[in-house]
Design a protein around this ligand. Structure first.
Ligand code: ADE
Length: 250
């Protein structure tokens, strides 16, 4: 089913994995934590709501792992949060916002913000006919050429997996996918968006260079806050651009 291009953007759901990525957005948008919780326990997600540029905005982060105390990252928490949040907030547009690795061979540099063109998995290998393509998944993002131009964003394929590092097999799959961006959530959310036929885009700011020579964790920790700042700078202009527009005009 194709998305309805005439649907007007009145409610936007912004999904973020980590607290350090989410809080700068929540602060700049002046959103308030939803109390009582709109995504109830045992789901660990935390939601923040308000209005901006005349539309309803909800930022939802995945919350902390009860066992390990760190943010819930990866495709499983992302999909669970997305499913619950889509049901609760009934958004016209879902945006996955977060940090990511970038491929310099695709033009990425640290601090860039990328708009996704498509979503795929690089760590789901099921060499059985039918399941092979299911594993990789690959769906297009909502085309948003006007948003890309207005905000001067780079664009490319976002590839998701459940590791910060990568194996040779992950590498081969990312190459086959033509990945420009490597992160840990968007493909899971894209499945949920596809189930609900909700328009879905992603904005990813680059903390580390996947095809560079430094370990991802070093560069990631070094650049997390500046990349989160880049997302903070872009979120309000993005919401202003999409506000009250038809999906087909993005
Ligand atoms: N988030 C930030 N950098 C990443 C990388 N290289 N891989 C997966 N997720 C990331």
């Amino acid at each position: 089913m194709a998305v309805n291009g005439d649907r007007k953007v009145q409610t936007v759901l912004v999904l973020v994995a980590m607290e350090a990525e989410a809080m700068p957005l929540i602060n700049i948008l002046d959103l308030k934590e939803d109390i009582p919780q709109r995504i109830p326990p045992p789901a660990p997600a935390v939601s923040y709501s308000g209005s901006k540029h005349g539309i309803e905005v909800h930022v939802v982060r995945n919350g902390k792992c009860q066992l390990h105390g760190v943010d819930n990252v990866g495709t499983v928490p992302a999909a669970v949060t997305a499913y619950l949040a889509v049901h609760e907030f009934k958004p016209d547009l879902v945006i996955s916002v977060g940090t990511a690795g970038g491929f310099k061979s695709k033009g990425a540099a640290i601090g860039d913000v990328f708009l996704a063109t498509a979503f795929a998995n690089h760590d789901r290998r099921i060499p059985i006919p039918g399941f092979d393509k299911y594993g990789v998944w690959r769906v297009d993002a909502l085309a948003a050429p006007n948003l890309k131009a207005a905000l001067n964003l780079k664009e490319g394929v976002v590839s998701s997996g459940n590791s910060l590092s990568y194996s040779q097999e992950d590498w081969d799959q990312m190459t086959a996918i033509g990945a420009a961006v490597k992160e840990m959530e968007a493909a899971g959310i894209s499945w949920v968006a596809h189930l609900h036929n909700v328009p879905f885009i992603a904005l990813k700011s680059i903390t580390d260079i996947v095809d560079g020579d430094r370990p991802a964790q070093e560069e990631f920790l070094e650049n997390l806050h500046s990349a989160a700042k880049a997302l903070q700078d872009v979120i309000s202009p993005v919401l202003e651009f999409v506000a009250a527009k038809s999906i087909k005009d993005l």
